[in-house]
Write a protein that binds this ligand. Structure first.
Ligand SMILES: [Zn+2]
Length: 444
């Protein structure tokens, strides 16, 4: 703890000194500040992730994470929210049209309107609306400007309020306009309740929104700051191979059974759609999604609780969706699982690495020769014997071990928490010492 504070102080002092000496040149000062932040980052890593002999980290130095709480709104409040969503759509469409018209003028008054400009253009509009207030209108303007810049377009798609192609409801707000009132919440002069309200106890939320899902239910989405909880996992490293036969296999042989929730429900879903039961079909879709999420949550939680350093393959569903396996690939939720591992890993200060999966199935994890099954033709081969060293392999466990090995080769992690071997002092790292001694010998 003391060393952490000392490190932070020395870095701040270093920054002070450098700004004094290179205050004249902006570029130089910027470069130095970059170096300083990098040093601070490295310091933090060694403090957080020193394996079994870890000291407790200094919470003041730990970066906070934003986690979004998603609470279901009680149905009594739905009609009000539906009406508010129509007003939000009207504002959004006005902003969309105005900014497009300003950007495509042919005279000298052509202008690319920023979020701030749009806010001042819509000032005072709230008195013509029954439900939404000024803060919601401002949020719409700033969100619109952000989305338009991200999409790099002159205008975005219209928000449609009615009909079969209507947009899902969205009512943004600023943090101060949502207040707690006993067991309920208060927003725009209206009192309403949510399910699981105990999750709001003791949290400070940032600006959030009410969002509607495809079934028509409304959810309160509130981003809150969470401080990571530092802990040391009982086991050191694991490699994870994502696949179709089993959704995930670890290098220790643990398996997550194939996620086939969509496949299993496909028949029922088709029946509902043919009968025209659209709402029930949407409910079934939501159920499938939730079951997939639940399976991924449970597996990733188990992995993060057990292992300190996690290495995952970078298998992408984008290439495989064009093949016959598309349904299974999309059903397996690889991206979701990887994202959950990264998020949970960050929160628990684990190292999570994503590595290239090339040749991990073909290579023998014992001797490294490329003697394993190859291509689509050998997809059915689940176990094989290496012809060079004679070791018999389970296809997926072998791949997971190879992924683990390539994780050791490239040292950077996604979460920024380096694994414990990396914190050895430079004098103990073999190749550095060898290079140094060679240099000494040649000098002599
Ligand atoms: Zn071998």
């Amino acid at each position: 703890m003391k060393s952490a504070i000392a490190a932070a102080q020395s870095v701040t002092r270093l920054e002070e000194l450098t700004t004094q000496c290179c205050g004249s040149s902006n570029r130089c000062a910027r470069a130095v500040s970059l170096i300083c932040s990098r040093i601070a980052f490295l310091y933090k890593d060694t403090i957080y992730c020193s394996g079994q002999s870890a000291r407790a980290p200094d919470n003041a130095l730990m970066p906070d994470f934003i986690r979004t709480l998603r609470l279901k709104v009680r149905p009594e409040f739905y009609p009000w929210l539906n009406a508010a969503a129509v007003e939000v759509n009207q504002t959004f469409n006005y902003v969309n049209e105005t900014s497009y018209a300003a950007a495509t003028r042919t005279d000298r008054k052509r202008k690319w309107l920023s979020g701030f400009d749009l806010c001042s253009l819509t000032a005072g509009a709230s008195e013509y609306f029954e439900h939404i207030g000024a803060d919601t209108i401002q949020r719409i303007c700033t969100e619109y400007a952000q989305k338009r810049s991200a999409a790099k377009r002159l205008k975005l798609r219209w928000r449609v309020s009615r009909g079969p192609r209507r947009s899902l409801g969205w009512v943004p707000f600023k943090a101060a306009s949502l207040k707690r009132k006993g067991n309920a919440l208060r927003f725009c002069g209206k009192t309403f309740r949510v399910f699981e309200r105990e999750r709001l106890d003791g949290v400070t939320w940032q600006q959030g929104c009410f969002a509607q899902d495809a079934v028509g239910d409304w959810w309160l989405c509130l981003p809150v700051k969470v401080t990571p909880e530092y802990s040391v996992a009982p086991k050191e490293v694991v490699g994870i191979d994502l696949g179709l036969k089993d959704a995930a296999v670890t290098s220790d042989g643990d398996r997550l059974e194939a996620i086939r929730f969509y496949r299993d429900a496909q028949h029922k879903l088709g029946m509902l759609q043919r009968r025209g039961h659209r709402r029930q079909a949407k409910r079934l879709h939501r159920r499938i999604r939730r079951r997939r999420q639940d399976a991924c949550h449970q597996f990733s939680r188990k992995i993060v609780d057990q292992y300190q350093n996690i290495v995952v393959g970078d298998v992408s569903s984008l290439k495989l969706v064009k093949t016959r396996m598309a349904t299974s690939v999309l059903d397996s939720g690889w991206g979701m699982l990887r994202q959950m591992l990264c998020d949970k890993g960050k929160y628990a200060c684990r190292s999570v690495q994503i590595v290239n999966e090339r040749n991990t199935t073909r290579a023998c994890s014992n001797c490294g020769s490329l003697t394993g099954p190859k291509g689509l033709k050998h997809l059915a081969v689940r176990t094989w014997v290496c012809v060079r060293c004679g070791v018999s392999h389970d296809r997926d466990v072998n791949a997971a071990r190879n992924i683990l090995a390539s994780g050791f080769r490239c040292g950077t992690s996604v979460s920024g928490n380096e694994s414990s071997p990396a914190e050895r002092p430079p004098s103990q790292i073999p190749y550095l010492r060898a290079a140094g001694s060679d240099a000494l010998q040649s000098a002599a």
